[in-house]
Design a protein. Structure first.
Length: 402
């Protein structure tokens, strides 16, 4: 069980490739994009995931690429500041937690994986056929090949999951909101600052990090099930423009920039819930298996930890995929469940339902620095995240040489 195909070349896929190679397997990564994906939004690495990054020897480099965000500023429709919040508290970070741009992390992981990984860019899996000796994989453009195992690390809308486990609707749970993020000119000159303009049922924002000349626009809104589904980008942009058509602040300017954005991202805020993450010689990791949604803030950490545990369990089982996959699910299940629980509570604070709720939230943010119980209030934000992020013990899976 040495030749393993990984579908997806982002955080989960590249981390898995690194650890499989470290354990003596031969990983191949197939990625739909023509090259390693650049860009993306800011993401967090916390708790057990920091341990994984440290074991890869990448912690110092990851910290060098920290966004170094300083403050979140809340503004009204006229652009008047109504409240501020420390960026670490706003992001639910504390202690050694790191925030980094997704593109930077992917680039670091790709470099760490080294020369022992084969890459098939600009291609994807179209069929999986189970054979007595492995899985025969049909590709969109490359010739068919047979692998000992196949792992889907291809995100919320996983192609491998659909082929091996069934339709997406069986596993993806819509949390009733949508998110959109894309690059815009930094016309506000934001330096390590996040601007947020909340309105009933929707929230618009913009942030600039220390390392990026441009900025990112971010939109969140409550939505009925199925709103904006599919891959029709033009339809998605029109829907976003309609939802935020009458919102103030700099929203009209951000929406104008949306039409030419090179990296427009739009999707439902959803979770992946599955009873099992493997079927025969096919397994899933990261968002494809247990995406907790952007509302949890833990998708990247789950991807890092899940990839480490999966590779380790296969190594500890000496390549016996049945035993290895079973051990992977046992070790990850509680960690996944604890992190998925974060989303429901977090989304309530991200998109408020009424003007009265927004006024109350802004008032509390203004008062918080002056209240005697401010530390307890901050703990209510960061405590659940910290406990979920550390709800697994990272084992050493290295197999002693005989």
């Amino acid at each position: 069980m040495t030749n393993i195909l990984i579908s997806g070349g982002s955080v989960a896929g590249l981390t898995l490739a690194y650890w499989l190679r470290e354990h003596g397997f031969t990983p191949t990564v197939v990625e739909r994009a023509p090259r390693v994906r650049e860009g993306g939004y800011k993401i967090d690495i916390r708790g057990a995931a920091l341990d994984v990054v440290g074991r890869m020897g990448l912690l110092d480099e990851v910290r060098r690429h920290s966004t170094d965000m300083r403050v979140a500023r809340f503004v009204d429709a006229r652009g008047k500041q109504v409240a501020t919040m420390d960026a670490e508290v706003f992001g639910g970070r504390e202690g050694d937690d790191v925030e980094i741009m997704r593109g930077d992390l992917v680039r670091i992981l790709h470099g760490a994986a080294g020369d022992g990984v084969e890459y098939l860019f600009d291609d994807s899996v179209t069929a999986l056929e189970r054979t007595p000796g492995g899985v025969r994989v049909t590709f969109e453009s490359g010739p068919p090949r047979t692998f000992d195992l196949v792992v889907g690390a291809d995100g919320l809308h996983s192609n491998v999951r659909a082929l091996a486990f069934g339709e997406e609707s069986r596993f993806v749970r819509d949390l009733g909101h949508h998110i959109s993020i894309f690059t815009v000119p930094n016309h506000l000159g934001l330096d390590r600052t996040e601007m947020m303009h909340p309105a009933p049922g929707r929230s618009a924002g913009m942030y600039g990090t220390r390392r990026d000349a441009d900025a990112r626009a971010m939109f969140l809104f409550s939505s009925p099930p199925g709103a904006g589904d599919g891959r029709d980008v033009t339809r998605q942009k029109k829907l976003l423009a309609e939802v935020f058509a009458d919102q103030g602040w700099d929203v009209p300017r951000l929406l104008d920039a949306m039409w030419d954005a090179p990296d427009f991202y739009f999707d439902s805020i959803s979770q992946v819930r599955m009873d099992g993450w493997s079927s025969g010689r096919v397994a899933l990791v990261g968002d494809a298996a247990y995406g907790p949604s952007p509302a949890s803030g833990q998708g990247t950490s789950l991807a890092l930890v899940g990839a480490y545990v999966l590779a380790g369990c296969l190594a500890a089982a000496a390549g016996d995929h049945t035993a290895g996959f079973a051990a992977y699910e046992r070790e990850m299940r509680h960690f996944v469940e604890e992190n998925q629980k974060l989303a429901a509570a977090n989304i309530k604070g991200m998109v408020l339902g009424s003007a009265a709720q927004i006024r109350f939230q802004m008032l509390m943010l203004r008062l918080m620095p002056h209240l005697p119980g401010k530390d307890r209030m901050i703990e209510r934000v960061t405590g659940p995240i910290r406990r979920a992020a550390t709800a697994i013990t990272i084992r050493d899976y290295r197999v002693p040489s005989v």
